[in-house]
Unconditional design. Sequence first.
Length: 473
Amino acid sequence: MTKARDIADGVDTADIADGAISTAKLADGSISTAKIADNSINATKIDVSGNGTAGQFLSSDGDGTMTWADAGGGFDLGTALTGTTPTIDWSSATAFSHTLTGDTTYSFSNVPSGGEIELYLKNVGKINDVLGFNGENVAFDGTANIGQNYIHRTLYNNDGTKAYFAHYKSGAYVIQTYDLSTAYDLSTATHNNQHTVTNTVQSDFSQGASFNNDGTKVIIHRSGGIWKEYTLSTAYDITTLNTTPTQSVDYSTTLFSSYSGSQGPLYSQLLFNSDGTKCLYFNSWLYIAPSDPGLFTMNLSTPYDISTMSISSVSYNVDYINDGSGASGSNSIGVAGITPDGQTVIVAEYGSATNTAQQLFWRYDLSVPFEADSARFVAQITHTVRNATSTMTNIHCTGDGNWLYYCVPSSTAERPKIDQVDIRGDYSIDFPSGVSALPVDCGNGSDPTTTSYLRMVSIDGTNVLITDHKEIL
């Protein structure tokens, strides 16, 4: 008998006829893998029935035999979804594709406990698309009522049908109210009333200002960490504002003592979350040092009660914007806008009249809404504003996520004018109640036809988590 170890390397496998040597004649390990050349024995030479089908692999049956088996994992791509109100049937596939053709609302059917699917999207819908400005125009000219004065602050009521502009006028501090026939669209504004807050010029309202959730309070932030609260006897009726503050708190020597710089934290936009337990605001002090934070989160143990504030987190990533990384630069960052969901900050240059970098905008996303220390740099864009070499002021992201406003006054005649930029994405996406929010960076591909996929996991058949998002370029 010729033993396997006696067969020299030079014997071609073709010299061994099919079945001439039974597996019983080859002891385990008698021929090392080095002695069998690649492809010298194909699947038909192994005692397995058939060749299988494309994509299958050999699998042990647990009894010393092998059979062909389908590959595990992967997904079944269901029929492509169509229309603007499609239903995702979790029992029919593990992945779905959809090219959006309009604002889209999804519904679910047959959602199992612990199920998982992936949704592939083209023309991804989003709001607050601050990396995709769509045109610019003068949406508002307040010369008739505001005169040639700077608009220091813009406020809105709860549904965006009223806009409020705070400014100095003839030695007094005045708030103008305008009615908007289309919510948040300043091009539809008509003047309603004017209210003089004080006849002595002061800076109380020149920094951050925000309504509470029912319009009965105006909360402001002044430089250095000074907070004040004013009440309105009629919600959102600025003529009923009590000009004597009901609360005035100075945190400059306590909470903000280590961030004081030369004047302490200034403000560019101030934003409360929906229940008034968190406040996010931007430090706009000129030439902010890399050792100073650019973004603050304040916790309030009692909603909207400024006397119960504490610092929750700060961000050192949102400071100098020259390269978007926080590195020191020669230009300052005096103006920023925060989206109403507390997930995005857009920063614009606040340079001199000869600084053409005025046209640069930087986007930062917060992975945890309203928490400053979760901010990360996303991208920068170049956008040619109407008065490209002018100082930019008063950036505001509207409550519906559709508009970005700012002032670019190149002359006194431009001071009461506000430029409107469309930041609506391609289409909006809504999921059933109980589904976690879309990832903040969903749809931030290089163009609107970029494919994105969302991985959704069902918890108990009713609640669904959107756990991952990825761009497929």
